[in-house]
Design a protein around this ligand. Structure first.
Ligand code: COA
Ligand code: ZN
Length: 327
């Protein structure tokens, strides 16, 4: 396969109102692996994270300090973090559900704890066995622990675009949680679309509501491709000026506590789209694809990523490699 980008048609520059540069946040090692039934050895997890850092990714959600009974795949959280190459200055984060998780995280090689709450009561109950109010109340102590450990704290809002048990989630609910986070001093927020219920109009509505009511918030978008519109939603986010996107290598992923949850938007497919739109991410598509192929072997089933199978649009094929139709 030869590569031909001489005509440059795909090299549109970001003069179309989209941000010139965005940050790709890799969540595959956490969101991707958490629902995989096959144990991925600690050394392999470390190898993939280090490979992704080598590919240019500078922000990764590496693991979670949750109950090992709830999510056995994440039981090696501290060991994984201890093995990661810190020389390139990548920001490493991990999910923290409660005080016990925060105490474990505070002792680990971590830059930021990510607390999380769902915008719908039923998903929050399934996911962390408590009400939204109880989750938010518990974050105050986690903030104190993070501060004591010199770590930053970020906030995630799961089911921000819909809940698999309750349906539509009012935009005001998302705004109220963002305000509660802001009142705790947490302004780096991620809107999670846990089961792929986002659509471009919902993305526009939620981004605009947050820009209006919580202007301090620095928003990242976290989509799943459950209904095939994950990247379209990311594009809607770009049109709203959002500059941070969470994605998973190969499109791995899915929440074990939500029915029919499937993979995140795929990192290399996202990078491909950004490249073709002339938006800088600093990430090597080829480097990520290499890690996705490795991850595919480890989990033992095909991953949904598409560019890892098809290559770039101008990766050309030899004419005589394909049969000619006749008759
Ligand atoms: N790390 C390790 N162990 C933990 C823990 C943590 N963060 N939090 C609780 N535990 C242990 C407790 O020590 C206790 O163990 P024991 O039975 O041996 O004494 C047991 O788990 C139950 O503790 P409890 O506080 O009653 O928790 P719970 O059963 O109400 O579960 C969570 C609450 C939050 C710990 C659990 O639901 C969880 O880990 N959820 C994570 C979900 C997730 O990762 N979702 C994906 C993100 S979208
Ligand atoms: Zn997710």
């Amino acid at each position: 396969m030869e590569r031909n980008d001489a005509n440059g048609i795909g090299g549109e520059t970001a003069t179309n109102g989209l941000p010139p540069r965005v940050s790709v946040v890799e969540v595959g090692p956490r969101d991707g692996l958490q629902s995989e039934p096959v144990w991925v050895p600690t050394e392999e997890k470390i190898g993939i994270v280090n490979g992704l850092i080598d590919s240019g990714i500078r922000h990764l959600e590496v693991t979670s300090f949750v109950s090992p009974r709830a999510v056995p795949q994440m039981r090696d959280a501290a060991e994984v973090l201890a093995g990661i190459d810190r020389s390139k200055g990548a920001v490493l984060t991990a999910l923290v559900p409660n005080v016990k998780g925060a105490e474990r995280a505070a002792a680990a090689e971590l830059d930021a704890m990510v607390v999380f709450v769902s915008a719908s009561e039923s998903h929050n109950a399934k996911n962390v066995n408590r009400s939204i109010a109880e989750s938010l109340e518990g974050f105050r102590e986690i903030c104190r622990i993070a501060e004591g450990a010199g770590m930053q704290i970020f906030g995630a809002i799961a089911t921000s675009f819909g809940c698999p048990f309750e349906g539509d989630v009012p935009v005001q609910r998302v705004v109220d949680i963002a305000l509660a986070y802001r009142d705790m001093g947490i302004t780096k927020l991620s809107l999670g679309d846990t089961t792929g219920m986002a659509t471009p109009p919902l993305v526009r509505e939620r981004c605009r509501a947050l820009a209006r009511h919580v202007p301090e918030a620095d928003i990242a978008l976290h989509f799943h491709n459950t209904r095939g519109v994950g990247l379209v939603c990311a594009y809607a986010g770009l049109e709203e000026g959002i500059t941070s996107y969470e994605s998973s290598l190969g499109g791995l992923g899915g929440c074990p506590f939500a029915p029919k949850a499937t993979g995140n938007i795929c990192t290399e497919d996202l990078v491909y789209m950004l490249d073709e739109c002339g938006i800088e991410s600093g990430v090597s598509l080829e480097g990520v694809v290499e890690m996705s192929r490795r991850a595919e072997k480890l989990v033992g089933h095909p991953l949904p990523g598409q560019v890892m199978k098809a290559g770039r649009r101008l990766d050309l094929h030899a004419l005589d490699a394909v049969a000619t139709a006749c008759g």
